[in-house]
Design a binder for this molecule. Structure first.
Ligand code: SF4
Length: 302
């Protein structure tokens, strides 16, 4: 392990590269990374970085978003087959069909979508800014793609809008059941329960706090309680425990492990730096249109 970590550090220097790792990555990947964060924070970090090469340890749509925001940089996804099943649930053709059905509606796409889907959407959003983005739109009717659970949560915060939901979902967060919530409450009645809005609505309804990955981390950091039940992907616990050693964190369900997020290994990171594996390339036209939807989001919520 030590040898491969040293090789990665040397290659990083040779290529003027930065390693970005999502909070859901394996512990050893988070440890070798320069920056650990959620998809939005990492895309911003990719944009601001002065490096030539971005090694994005995450899933495909995240590396694409980094490329959209930093077109002049080489963006590498070390695990070539790390996709996001939720992002794959919606296609550009689906968006066109919805637009034809609801011509007066604005299309708001979750950042967990391909660049081609972003290109067909009016504005992009994340789980932390979705409410603000939708409130800022002049349209009453909003097509929200692809996550029905996040869409349902957002719809409850903006009752003045008519939110048209798509039927996508995160295979990982959807696995958490109400039974597991009740069981966790019985075992740890004093702990605060922090849940991601990609979970089922009945799970979200029972949480003490609902927020994006970054918001869950910020809440657990600031809050004076010392026990937290975490209702998002298991990788978050590594960072939380490392930076809050006097607090205890418990995973709400053992099923909260995203198989795609766990695909990246140290060997993949080394290969990416050595052989440029899975460089992200995007069609110019798609890139131009998709960037507009991201820039509109940034105008509301930088
Ligand atoms: S946790 Fe869910 S939304 Fe995130 S990459 Fe995995 S499947 Fe996709």
């Amino acid at each position: 392990m030590e040898e491969i970590i040293n090789q990665i550090h040397n290659l990083k220097k040779q290529r003027n590269a930065i390693i970005l790792a999502h909070n859901y990555q394996r512990s050893e990947i988070q440890e070798v990374a320069d920056i650990v964060g959620d998809s939005y924070a990492l895309s911003k970090a990719a944009k601001e970085a002065e490096h030539d090469v971005i090694v994005f340890c995450g899933v495909h749509f995240m590396a694409e978003t980094a490329k959209l925001l930093s077109p002049q940089k080489t963006v590498l996804l070390p695990a070539a087959d790390a996709g996001c099943p939720m992002a794959d649930m919606v296609t550009p053709a689906d968006v066109k069909t919805l637009k034809a059905k609801y011509p007066d509606a604005a299309v708001v796409c979750y950042v967990n979508t391909s660049a081609a889907v972003k290109a067909e959407s009016d504005v992009c959003c994340t789980s932390s800014n979705a409410v603000d983005v939708i409130k800022a739109l002049p349209q009453h009717n909003i097509i929200f793609i692809p996550d029905a659970h996040l869409g349902d949560y957002v719809a409850k915060q903006v009752p003045e809008k008519n939110i048209i939901l798509f039927d996508g979902y995160c295979i990982t967060h959807k696995r958490v059941t109400l039974k597991e919530v009740e069981a966790a409450r019985k075992v740890l009645p004093e702990a605060k329960m922090l849940v991601h809005p990609e979970c089922l609505p009945e799970v979200v309804a029972k949480a003490d706090f609902v927020g994006s990955t970054a918001q869950i981390i910020a809440f657990a950091q600031k809050h004076l309680d010392d026990k937290f039940i975490i209702g998002t992907e298991q990788g978050v616990l590594h960072w939380l425990q490392k930076h809050n050693q006097h607090k205890k964190f418990y995973l709400l369900s053992p099923k909260l492990i995203c198989p795609n997020m766990k695909k990246t290994t140290l060997q993949d990171v080394k290969n990416a730096l050595q052989n440029n594996t899975c460089e992200i390339t995007l069609n110019e036209n798609v890139m131009k249109k998709a960037r507009v939807s991201i820039e509109k989001m940034l105008m509301v919520h930088a």
